[in-house]
Design a protein around this ligand. Sequence first.
Ligand code: ADP
Ligand code: GLC
Length: 486
Amino acid sequence: MPRPINILFVSPEAHPFAKTGGLGDVSGALPHALKELGHDVRVMLPKYRCVEQAKRLIQPTGLKVSVPIGAETQHGELHVGRLNRSVPIYFVDHPGYFDRDGLYGNGEGEFPDNAERFMFFSRAVLEACKTLDFKPDIIHCNDWQTGLVPCYLKNGYGQDPFFAHTRSVFAIHNLGYQGNFHERYLPMAHLPWSLFTLEGLEFYGQFSFLKAGLVYADALTTVSKTYSKEILTPENGFQMDGVLRHHQEKLFGILNGADYGEWDPQTDRHIKTRYSPKSLKGKQECKKSLARKFSLKLTDQTPVVCMVTRLSPQKGIDLIIENFPRLMHLKAALVILGVGDDTYETFFNDQDRHYRGQFRYVPGFDEKLAHQIIAGSDILLMPSLYEPCGLTQMYALRYGTVPVVHQVGGLADTIKAFQAGSHQGTGFLFKSPEGKTLLDTLGKVLDTYRKKRSWRKLMINGMQQNFSWEKAAKHYERLYRKTLVI
Ligand code: ADP
Ligand code: GLC
């Protein structure tokens, strides 16, 4: 038996404590799956205001960490709770940085001190390992907010005997978010100017936290096979493709799982009536309840299409907006739950008033409603321009809500095209993000919806898919071992 691995999982979000999107779901589930394989796993997060609001048991440990930031020393305190009742999760408390509404920004935009907040967090987690006397074999970092961890490890902390055997893995959940800041933050982070080069931290004249992770981690992962190839190209590389090609030999694609403990219509505590592939009656109840809640006027033949999404250009929102009147010509109702860019919110608010009975827009982030909408809809639309993995379509499959997706990234890897003849497949994919393609595809979807037998088969095919975290965790375990041998 190989010995268990000590894993420190560092993330800017983890459900149910803090979540703005799929990274929250991943960090809420993967650590537990790794623990189930027998490893010693600990999670670290900033102690945002929402962590208290999550109403889970968290206690101060009395342990302190100190981090030099510029000419000052900033102090944090560690609090501890449990994820999935099993994994210790430590929160770095520093009210000045984290006790405010929002994780990375608020209605007025990104917080102006994000560089400082996350350089503090990244270094605080290394200090916390020493304070806790937890010697990680692997530090698994996630997204730009944690990008400086591998950099500090390679430049300073690695020389400390405490971290002599520690290796880092950096997971890319979305290359579109890079944490690029002014070079003046380099001395503030106590990193030497010698690192501010093309091979190091410099990115078009800026100090890039994402690039720090890409360059200095011992291994890189991203959340689907297809996305791991797409990001090597100029079209999808967000100008980081050159850096990624340079480090290609340490880049791996590992598909996310879905947490069926949270997302399963047989056990879901948020939905009106539970259901399963064997008994789909409950789904009709969920649909009726949704229609009532949103005053949708439906006939037996009207499918409900939904989107549960961040309102950002990545999610293909412009495609929806440009084709909105044509979408409203289809014989379908549409429900959108989402927060994000003001212009998108304003547009959907206006349409909500205009198309009452057929369209409903719900602004805000509402976990419970997300479950109710996915359960009560017939179709989930994800026209994302790019999608590293996407979890919403995996959840939709489980709920018998048929995904209609742009064939990119993780969407291409998780949805199989429905074949009318053989009744194989789980959803519909369109190749180009254009109005005509979208509408033609939706036309086909609605034709299939009217063929009750085909539609039922399609739903059941989806409900029987299994994107387990156990499988993903085994891939990570293999990668960790490989990284430790190098
Ligand atoms: P991304 O991480 O790019 O936002 P994913 O599909 O991977 O996309 O994950 C999105 C997660 O966030 C899902 O759990 C989805 O249900 C949730 N979500 C997105 N928008 C909202 C919202 N407005 N309210 C509640 N949950 C939301
Ligand atoms: C990002 C991506 C999404 C992915 C999620 C979790 O937010 O946009 O595709 O599912 O991270 O990895």
